[in-house]
Design a protein around this ligand. Structure first.
Ligand SMILES: Cc1cc2nc3c(=O)[nH]c(=O)nc-3n(C[C@H](O)[C@H](O)[C@H](O)COP(=O)(O)OP(=O)(O)OC[C@H]3O[C@@H](n4cnc5c(N)ncnc54)[C@H](O)[C@@H]3O)c2cc1C
Length: 408
């Protein structure tokens, strides 16, 4: 009986197992995941989990994905990482030295937070990717605590909003001109900064962190910036991006430059029996162009898992019909009681413009606002704040039509 090994037991790994069964694969599936917990949903970690008081078990009861009956028998190995694979032998070596033989491999190992290459303040520096990360950070979000959030991307801004709601004195330090600039552009980012400032969150933009100032016990008292100014802080959150978990794939001829390079079937280049899904996969989004990119949004693991599972099942002799694959990246973010929704790849744009509403803090709260993003006069993205999902779907449909009707 053929065996598919899925490495990484989070959203992408779980969806890949489900999709293999949906594709008619009845062989063996082994799922190895480094986290001890069953697959759970990450987005609430920076929102509801930081704002709530639930215990680890309580949070898991809320966030664990339901295990669907159609999964059937799965050989779960949780709390265990794969240390290395040998594709020629079809064998994976686990951290405890045991081995799993496989006929096909699905890579679903996602990302881990990038760390600042600075020393000091070890006990007061936090990252946010996992449930234990969230619970450790939440324990320090007490009223009056001074928190420096390094990085004003989505996770940094969501943590800032949650920390402020818990009564912390919150400062976001961001090297670009405005927060969330790369994803949403300067106009939308500036409007978001104003919204955060109105809630009492301070910003130091255009600045990098150069050091952590500590006392004799190595406890943090300030973060030093590149203009030599200090931001007083009891704790710091490093929200400076992520790096793909691909070291375990080394030595097999994969392109691991930024995640694992895949083709439009989600097959690893040069290895038809290896596919990748979710945040770790670098693949071409054909709705835009044929440039491979990683897309770190919740919608992508599910979409790529279906594609990858179909491909892998076909490689193992299951007759699975092929279909065109041109996924539209979408994501959302909840900050300060407002929902941001985004579709497409606004980061590609060379021009932005309002499609509806205006970007003042009051009008965003009252009527919402929708921004369009164009590259060479072709729409490549749409982002909205304070707009009902049913209304946003219409803007998203316009975007898909625009993308289908002309190429970059
Ligand atoms: C705090 C936070 C908030 C977010 N909020 C949003 C949001 O609001 N909207 C949105 O669209 N997206 C959001 N995201 C992104 C979304 O959660 C991710 O896109 C999604 O989790 C990716 O799933 P994945 O399965 O590809 O990777 P991951 O969820 O990273 O899972 C990879 C798994 O592989 C395991 N692993 C790694 N290496 C090994 C190994 N060698 N052996 C075995 N296992 C291994 C890891 O431990 C992990 O469990 C958020 C992410 C975070 C962290």
């Amino acid at each position: 009986m053929p065996r598919v090994l899925i490495v990484g037991a989070s959203l992408g790994g779980l969806r890949a197992a489900e999709a293999l069964r949906d594709a008619g694969f009845h062989g063996a599936i082994s799922s190895v995941g480094a986290e001890a917990h069953p697959p759970y949903n990450r987005p609430p970690l920076s929102k509801d989990v930081l704002l709530g008081n639930a215990t680890s078990d309580g949070v898991l009861a809320e966030l664990a994905f339901p295990r669907k009956a159609r999964l059937g028998e799965i050989d779960w190995r949780l709390g265990m990482s794969v240390a290395a694979v040998d594709l020629a032998q079809g064998e994976a070596r686990l951290a405890d030295g045991s081995r799993i033989h496989f006929d096909a491999l699905i890579v679903a190992t996602g990302l881990r937070p990038r760390r600042l290459q600075l020393t000091g303040a070890t006990a007061d520096r936090f990252v946010l990717r996992t449930l234990p990360d969230a619970l450790a950070l939440r324990a320090r979000l007490v009223p009056g605590a001074r928190i420096a959030i390094i990085g004003g991307g989505f996770i940094g801004c969501e943590v800032a909003a949650s920390a402020r709601r818990r009564g912390c004195a919150t400062t976001v330090i961001e090297p670009l001109i405005v927060p969330m600039q790369r994803a949403l552009g300067q106009e939308f980012g500036a409007a978001m900064q104003a919204l955060h400032e109105a809630a009492g969150i301070r910003f130091r933009t255009g600045r990098q962190v150069t050091g952590f100032e500590v006392d004799v016990s190595d406890r943090l008292h300030a973060v030093r910036l590149d203009d030599d100014s200090l931001v007083e802080a009891d704790l710091a959150v490093e929200a400076v991006g992520s790096q793909p978990n691909t070291e375990w794939l080394a030595g097999n001829g994969f392109d691991l430059d930024d995640g694992i390079l895949c083709d439009h079937r989600m097959a690893a280049i040069g290895h038809d029996r290896v596919a990748a899904v979710g945040d770790v996969a670098r693949f071409p989004c054909l709705l835009f162009d044929d440039v491979p990119r990683r897309v770190e949004h919740w919608s992508i693991p599910g979409l790529t898992a279906r594609r990858a599972a179909g491909h892998v099942a076909r490689q193992l002799g299951v007759a699975v019909p092929d279909a065109p694959f041109a996924p539209l990246p979408t994501f959302w973010s909840d900050q300060l009681g407002l929902r941001i929704q985004c579709a497409g790849l606004p980061g590609l744009a060379d021009r932005v413009g309002l499609l509806s509403g205006s970007l003042g803090p009051d009008s965003m709260r009252r009527d919402g606002a929708v921004m369009g993003y164009w590259r060479k006069d072709r729409q490549v993205g749409v982002a909205a704040i304070g707009v009902a999902p049913q209304r946003f779907i219409n803007f998203q449909a316009d975007l898909v039509r625009a993308l289908q009707n002309c190429s970059l």
